[in-house]
Each structure stands twice: as structure tokens, then as C-alpha cells.
Design a protein around this ligand. Structure first.
Ligand code: ZN
Ligand code: FE
Length: 256
């Protein structure tokens, strides 16, 4: 039982890379290293010694630093078994139900296909931390590049089973545009309206809106709310199948 120290590193236009550090053992992971420079700077700053890379999926803005970081630190690269051929330098392949040990902490792995076919997420239960890559965003979800709406609904349902207090460490700061879209499909949602006021204020000061919590996402994220009566009414889809509602919300967002 151990709580990780987590450091958020903003990189590129809108990516977040994370360091997760076990204070008892010194084990330290970097989650989805898009790049190398800011990761090494953060390691210098914290004094932490890198032991692992945890990848959620194969996209370059999540794996671009893999080989260089492995070369310089000798760390172990953990990634999705279903996409092992597309994860540079992968050492340990994991999938649904597997456990990843990071010092005295451990993560449960979820297969969450949809954005890519081999996307995974890491849930550190003791730290209340979910590293979900490009599957769930604040008020949004990843585009369906390699999966179907039914797959994504099923993937998001795995997160929906986690506690309200779970911190959602997603990989992009897409919050403000996600929220503007969310308000078009659920204009009456007061939690959403209040959150957007807060988000606009934060972004004006250049403050991250990530992490959020699963409780907040359940209340405001249209992709977790396909059964919302208000949302269905806005779309003219009252009583429709949740997969069809989700697909329509995704389609509208893709064209927003
Ligand atoms: Zn991606
Ligand atoms: Fe990404």
C-alpha cells in the first residue's frame, strides 16, 4: 500500500506527460513520454531516477521519447500487448486484468480499445490515479481512429466502475473546446455550466484543468452520459440505444 507522487509535465502544444514516483522504493515511471528534454529536466528537478516507461498507446505523441529515454536510463518499457509491434522498445506486454508493479504501488491494466485498437489504461487504486491516455479527456473522449462506437462505450464503462474520487490523468489539455461542445448537447446541465466557468478562468491564467475526477466526468462529460434524458432530448434520440447516442455525440464532436 503506497501513494505515488505524481508530477505533471506539459509538452508540445497540449500534451501532458506524467512522472509517477514511489517514495518508499524510489521506483519512478514516466507515462507516455512524447518527448525527451522536458522529461529529463523534470527528473533532474525532482532528483528521481527513472525505472519505467508506461505507454497507453502507440501514437507518436505518447511514445516519441521511448527509445532515447530507454537508451539513457536503461528503464523498462511497459505497453499494450495488443499493439506490441507498434510500441518502440517494448519490454513488458500487458493487457486487461494484468498488474503492473511500480515499487510498492501497483496498477491494474484495462484494455480500452477505441481511439486505437491496442489502447490500455493504468489504474493505481491506492493512489486514486487513472492514466487513461487518449481514451477519456476532461468533458471529452478520444477520436475513434481504429475502433467502433460500441468498443469505446465498452471501454469507457470500465472507467465508469471506478470511484468518484479517482483522479483522471489524461494526456491532453483539450478541456475548453470539449466543454464548449458539451454545452451544445447538454445546455441545461448546471454542473457543466459551473465547470466551464471554472475552466475558462483557469485557462485564462494558463493553469491546467487536468487532472479532473471521475465524479466530475460522470456529471459533465457527454461521452459518459449517453443515457442522459436531456442529452437524448437535445439530439432528438429519446430512448435510443446508448451506443447509437454515443456515436451521434462523437460524430457531432468530430464536426464541431
Ligand atoms: Zn492518441
Ligand atoms: Fe495523443
Amino acid at each position: 500500500m503506497s501513494r505515488l507522487d505524481i508530477k505533471q509535465i506539459p509538452v508540445l502544444n497540449d500534451n501532458y506527460v506524467y512522472l509517477a514516483h514511489c517514495p518508499e522504493t524510489g521506483a519512478t515511471a514516466v507515462v507516455d513520454p512524447a518527448v525527451t528534454g522536458p522529461v529529463f529536466e523534470a527528473l533532474d528537478q525532482t532528483g528521481w531516477t527513472l525505472t519505467h516507461i508506461l505507454n497507453t498507446h502507440h501514437h507518436g505523441d505518447h511514445t516519441g521519447g521511448n527509445l532515447e529515454i530507454k537508451k539513457r536510463t536503461g528503464c523498462t518499457i511497459v505497453g499494450p500487448r495488443a499493439d506490441r509491434d507498434r510500441i518502440p522498445g517494448i519490454d513488458v506486454e500487458v493487457g486487461d486484468g494484468d498488474t503492473v508493479q511500480l515499487g510498492a504501488s501497483s496498477a491494474r491494466v484495462f484494455d480500452v480499445p477505441g481511439h486505437t485498437r491496442g489502447h490500455i489504461a493504468y489504474w493505481f487504486e491506492d493512489s486514486e490515479a487513472l492514466f487513461c491516455g487518449d481514451t477519456l479527456f476532461v468533458m471529452g473522449c478520444g477520436r475513434l481512429f481504429e475502433g467502433t462506437p460500441a468498443q469505446m462505450v465498452n471501454s469507457l464503462a470500465k472507467f465508469d466502475a471506478l470511484p468518484d474520487s479517482t483522479q483522471v490523468y489524461c494526456a491532453h489539455e483539450y478541456t475548453q473546446s470539449n466543454g464548449r461542445f458539451a454545452l451544445t448537447v447538454e445546455p441545461q446541465n448546471e454542473a457543466l455550466q459551473a465547470l466551464m466557468r471554472d475552466v475558462d478562468a483557469k485557462r485564462q491564467q494558463g493553469v491546467p484543468t487536468v487532472p479532473s475526477t471521475l465524479g466530475q466526468e460522470r456529471a459533465t462529460n457527454p461521452f459518459l452520459r449517453p443515457s442522459s434524458a436531456d442529452l437524448q432530448a437535445t439530439l432528438g434520440m429519446q430512448g435510443a440505444d446508448v451506443v447509437d447516442v454515443f456515436a451521434e455525440v462523437r460524430r457531432l464532436k468530430d464536426n464541431f
